[in-house]
Design a protein around this ligand. Structure first.
Ligand code: FMN
Length: 238
């Protein structure tokens, strides 16, 4: 294959793997819970018991500016429950600035080995200082120093800048004496939409979406099912 470096095209049109076959569909009868947090917990536990999935809690977080210009990156889920989905980061990062002006977020998990994905939409709010302190103090020493060494998302001259800063902080703050920087902490994403997707080889994928109802919404009993804890669920076309 000869490739001209200034202008080339790679055709990967036939790149695809098998998803589930018709004997393994995801139907409303398979729901473990009629609200999305219990359902997420059930799927998450399965993922954690799937050795091919090395980081079950890796997810993609989309944020946007006030004008709606999006950006997307991976972060780690660090807790979830009826109150929402939690992650930790630098409040002065690009995502932190975007969240300060626009709290709307979307999260996506893709668990390839299970052919499953979960999409969440919601509003992000900072967790309490106590929560952030607790998590920061639970992190390994090297991670504490590492996140302090980096003004996340800023442009730096070279890797050496980080090494110098890390060395300085290691000398200044011995293990056990690292205080959480004010610019670092948690966000809780309070969901209003949670979709469970399972892929089928024939592309008739299963999609079951939980959502909060709109004020005064008239529920169509054929399409929309009453769930628990104020949620409804419905099937989406793939
Ligand atoms: C698997 C994975 C997990 C990550 N987890 C986090 C995380 O929990 N928090 C974080 O701030 N960055 C995390 N990162 C780095 C982010 O993807 C990103 O580079 C960083 O947060 C800066 O993003 P921003 O400039 O858009 O704010 C992770 C990256 C990967 C690939």
């Amino acid at each position: 294959m000869s490739v001209r470096k200034d202008n080339y095209t790679v055709d990967i049109g036939d790149m695809r793997i098998k998803y589930k076959d018709k004997s393994e569909t995801f139907t409303e009868d398979n729901l473990i819970s009629k609200e999305p947090i219990g359902q997420f917990k059930a799927w998450f536990e399965e993922v954690c018991n799937t050795p091919q999935i090395l980081e079950p809690n890796a997810m993609f977080l989309a944020t946007a500016t006030r004008d709606g210009v999006p950006s997307l990156r991976a972060v780690l889920l660090k807790g979830f429950g009826t109150e929402g989905f939690k992650f930790y980061t630098n409040y002065d990062s690009r995502k932190g600035h975007e969240l300060a002006e626009n709290p709307h977020v979307a999260l996506t998990f893709y668990w390839e080995a299970l052919r499953r994905s979960v999409r969440i939409e919601g509003i992000a709010k900072k967790t309490s200082a106590e929560d952030s302190d607790r998590y920061f103090q639970s992190r390994p020493y090297a991670n504490q120093i590492g996140s302090m060494s980096s003004k996340q998302s800023s442009v730096i001259a070279s890797r050496q800048t980080l090494i110098v800063k890390e060395r300085e902080l290691l000398a200044k703050f011995p293990e056990g004496q690292v205080k959480r920087p004010d610019c670092w902490g948690g966000y809780l994403v309070v969901p209003h939409v949670v979709e469970f997707w399972q892929g089928q080889s024939d592309r008739l994928h299963d999609r079951i979406r939980f959502r909060r109802t709109k004020p005064n919404e008239k529920i169509d009993n054929i399409l929309v099912h009453k769930g628990e804890n104020g949620w409804v669920y419905e099937r989406l076309s793939p």
